[in-house]
Every structure is written in structure tokens, then in C-alpha cells.
Write a protein that binds this ligand. Structure first.
Ligand code: C2E
Ligand code: CA
Ligand code: CA
Length: 404
């Protein structure tokens, strides 16, 4: 722990009970924090955070308070121009603490965690240590403020490239396929991830040219791998915005045929949130893609709406469980329950169940225990450039797989 940082850090303790404030303050001082301030309710806390100079760096906030509860405090502090980090202190149950922490993160706060009462010196030290760890990288990855005109230029200059991430069978460890993930090779910003430009494309009407580019690159790559002796499936993300384009199934089918590909090699991943914008046209498109032989996958399963209805109406072949329920599920009862139920649901419907976002051996083992069919995630490999794929496959089949 960095004692110097703790000496300079101003911590505000917010709790309606005087003895809890005093206790927390004492524990903080023992942990080396010299600058502790107190507020007996939310209103006082907000006033203090507004005025304090030097700024409040960290707030220890009680969740259950009579006038304004901790959730409301976070909501009001979010409106200020200064955003301190938060630790929640509470006798509340773990599920509520975790909801509160997610809420604060969604409002843009750094949340170090929650401490149950009575507060121990070890717990406080652990929180302060986390603050040391994150401080240098505190800023969120800068949003690049790219414009539609930039993206148009990027498309014109062929700067969209695809990276490929393997999908592995849990029972046989064989390579089931790859998911292609778009990146923008930007001359000034380097390799820009899709989080920075897919939504921009969707909002600005550029999603069609972007998707056309992705589709064409992906199909060409798949054909090239076939020639090189790697006959594997390729998964392609389909934006919900394309599910209104009735000509799309014929175009993709023609392009696949032009490349000499069997549509059975192609999996189209569709996020469940996107499926029913216009039920008639969407079902028209999905039914025809299915008839042409493409496999349909319901992507990010568990994060969208009305997914049951979609599972009933759309001929999906694969259910892809979102990584929110996969990574670390072993330590999170709720994530584990959702994971388990989603896998069972997929199997009961006769679908292949894929889990994305497996980062550790523990994730892998849990998924194996649940009978999940296919795994994708950093534990196996991060997305890689097309040029690296053949060598990776070679390495995987000749040794890595056996070590799992
Ligand atoms: P997605 O379809 O859920 O893709 C999986 C994302 O999870 C990828 O992020 C991948 O790099 C990441 N990932 C894989 N394994 C792990 C892991 O073990 N841990 C963690 N933390 N992350 C992992 P990426 O490449 O940044 O893509 C983000 C999203 O952008 C994709 O989410 C997809 O919705 C969208 N996207 C990517 N390429 C395309 C595209 O060509 N077209 C469309 N419409 N959307 C795309
Ligand atoms: Ca996907
Ligand atoms: Ca996902």
C-alpha cells in the first residue's frame, strides 16, 4: 500500500449512525488515511463533495439511510462535475451490494467494492490497496470522437480488418470454428476496437457498407483457409439494423457461392436485442437465411429482452451465452445459476451451447461440468490477425489442447 497516497487522500464517510462513522474513521486512520471527513446523511454528503477542497477522492457510503439512501446519494453525486470513487458499507445482503455497485459503475463511478459491518482494518486496507492499483489507469479508454466522415474515409481506404477468435469443443478440444471481429486499422489511432465504431456506423447509416465489407473479407478468408486445408466454421456478427433488408439473404448466398463456400460453414450471430424490430421482415429474412443453409446463432444470450419468444420463433442452431454470465461465474451464485439454466435451456431446445468470455481454467472447468458444448475466450486465445491463425491451429492441435 502506498502510504504517501493515503496521507493525501481525502475520504468522506457517510453513515446515519454516529458510532459507525466514528468506527470507520478510526479504522481509516489506522490504515494511514489522515484526511477523513464525515456526513450524517446524503444531503450533507453532497454539499461536502461539491465544496471540498482538496477534492474528496473516496466515499465510504452506507446503503441504508433513513432520509436519502446510498443509491440516491450516488445518483445525485453523478450530477456533480467531480466523481470520487465509492466503497459501500452495509449490513445488506451480498446481492443488494452487488446491484448497488453495478448501478454506481453504470453511472460512471469507480467502485472499489463493499464492506460488511462491522468494518475491519483488513477490509479497509484491501479497498485502499485497490485504489492504489487503479489510480494510474483510472481514466476510461478515451473515446476517440470519430465521426461518420472519418469512418467513410476508413471504409474507402480499406482500413477495416478482421481478427479471428477460436471456438473450441469442450469435450474433444477440437477447433469448431472462428468468430470474426471487426477492427479499424486507423492511421492515427492504431487498431480501433468495434466498440468505438460499430454503433457509430449503425447511427449514421454506414452499417450496411461496413457489414458488406466485413462479409466480403470473412467469406474470402474462409475460402482461403479451405484451400490451405483448414476447413472450419466462420461466425459473423450481423447487426440488427440489417434485419430489415429483405435482399440480404440472397446477396450473402450469392457471395458465398461465388467464393465456392457451403453456407453450412457460415454461422450468423444475431444479438437477441435486435431480433424483433419488425417481426414480419425479420422473420422473413431469418427464415430464408436458414433455408439457404446458414446456421443462426442467438448472440449475447441473457442480456436482451423477450429471448424466450425469439427462441420459439427463430430456427436458431446455436445459443451463445454472454460473457457477463461466464467469466468468474464460479464465484457468483447468480451468474452461475443463469449460466446453468441457459445451458440447460439451449440443450432442451436441441441447440449447440456456446459460452463466450472464458478467461480462466476455473471458467473452463465450470463450463465443462455444465456440459457446455463450445468455449470461446481469452483462456483459449484472444482474437488474432488472419495471418496468425494457421500457425495457432497447428500449435493448438499439436500440444496446447492436450494440456487442458
Ligand atoms: P461479441 O459479438 O459479444 O464478441 C465477443 C467480444 O468479446 C469481442 O470483443 C471479443 O474480443 C471479446 N472477448 C472474447 N473473449 C473474451 C474474454 O475471455 N474476456 C473478455 N473480457 N472479452 C472477450 P470485440 O472484438 O471488442 O467486439 C465487441 C463487439 O463488437 C462484439 O461483441 C460485437 O457485438 C461487435 N462486433 C465486432 N465485430 C463486428 C462486426 O463485424 N459486425 C457487427 N455488426 N458487430 C461487430
Ligand atoms: Ca458475437
Ligand atoms: Ca457478447
Amino acid at each position: 500500500m502506498n502510504a504517501e497516497i493515503n496521507r493525501q487522500l481525502r475520504v468522506l464517510v457517510v453513515d446515519d449512525k454516529a458510532f459507525v462513522r466514528t468506527m470507520t474513521g478510526r479504522v481509516l486512520q489506522t490504515a494511514g488515511v489522515e484526511n477523513v471527513a464525515y456526513a450524517a446523511d446524503g444531503k450533507e454528503a453532497i454539499e461536502y463533495i461539491k465544496r471540498a477542497n482538496p477534492r474528496v477522492g473516496l466515499v465510504f457510503c452506507d446503503l441504508m439511510m433513513p432520509d436519502m439512501d446510498g443509491v440516491e446519494v450516488v445518483r445525485h453525486v453523478a450530477e456533480l462535475d467531480h466523481k470520487p470513487a465509492f466503497v459501500f458499507i452495509s449490513g445488506a445482503n451480498a446481492a443488494l451490494l452487488s446491484t448497488a455497485a453495478d448501478m454506481a459503475r453504470a453511472r460512471g463511478f469507480l467502485v472499489l467494492g463493499a464492506i460488511e459491518k462491522p468494518i475491519s482494518i483488513e477490509a479497509v486496507r484491501a479497498m485502499l490497496a485497490k485504489l492504489d492499483g487503479v489510480r494510474p489507469t483510472r481514466a476510461a479508454p478515451a473515446s476517440l470522437s470519430l465521426t461518420p466522415a472519418d469512418l467513410q474515409r476508413g471504409l474507402d481506404a480499406n482500413q477495416i480488418v478482421l481478427h479471428y477468435q477460436p471456438k473450441i469443443s469442450l469435450s474433444t478440444r477440437s477447433i469448431e470454428g472462428f468468430e470474426c471481429l471487426a477492427r479499424w486499422q486507423h492511421p492515427d489511432h492504431g487498431l480501433v476496437p468495434p466498440g468505438q465504431f460499430v454503433a457509430l456506423a449503425e447511427e449514421s447509416g454506414l452499417i450496411k457498407p461496413l457489414s458488406d465489407r466485413v462479409m466480403s473479407l470473412a467469406l474470402k478468408q474462409c475460402a482461403a483457409w479451405n484451400k490451405a486445408g483448414l476447413s472450419t466454421k466462420l461466425s459473423i456478427n450481423i447487426s440488427a439494423h440489417l434485419l430489415v433488408d429483405l435482399g440480404m439473404p440472397d446477396r450473402i448466398a450469392k457471395e458465398a457461392a461465388d467464393q465456392g463456400l457451403d453456407p453450412k460453414q457460415i454461422v450468423l450471430e444475431i444479438t437477441e436485442t435486435g431480433v424483433f424490430r419488425d417481426a414480419a421482415d425479420t422473420l422473413d429474412i431469418l427464415a430464408r437465411l436458414h433455408m439457404k443453409g446458414f446456421a443462426l446463432s442467438i448472440d449475447d444470450f441473457g442480456t436482451g429482452y423477450s429471448s424466450m419468444e425469439q427462441l420459439r420463433r427463430v430456427p436458431f442452431a446455436e445459443l451463445k451465452i454472454d460473457r457477463a454470465f461466464v467469466n468468474g461465474a464460479g464465484q457468483n451464485q447468480k451468474a452461475k445459476a443463469i449460466l446453468q439454466s441457459s445451458a440447460a435451456l439451449g440443450h432442451n431446445l436441441g441447440l449447440s451451447v456456446v459460452a463466450e468470455g472464458a478467461e480462466t481454467k476455473e471458467d473452463w472447468d465450470l463450463l465443462a461440468g455444465l456440459g457446455v458444448d463450445v468455449v470461446q475466450g481469452y483462456f483459449v486465445a484472444k482474437p488474432m490477425a488472419a495471418e496468425s491463425v494457421l500457425a495457432w491451429c497447428e500449435k493448438w492441435t499439436s500440444g496446447t489442447a492436450a494440456k487442458l
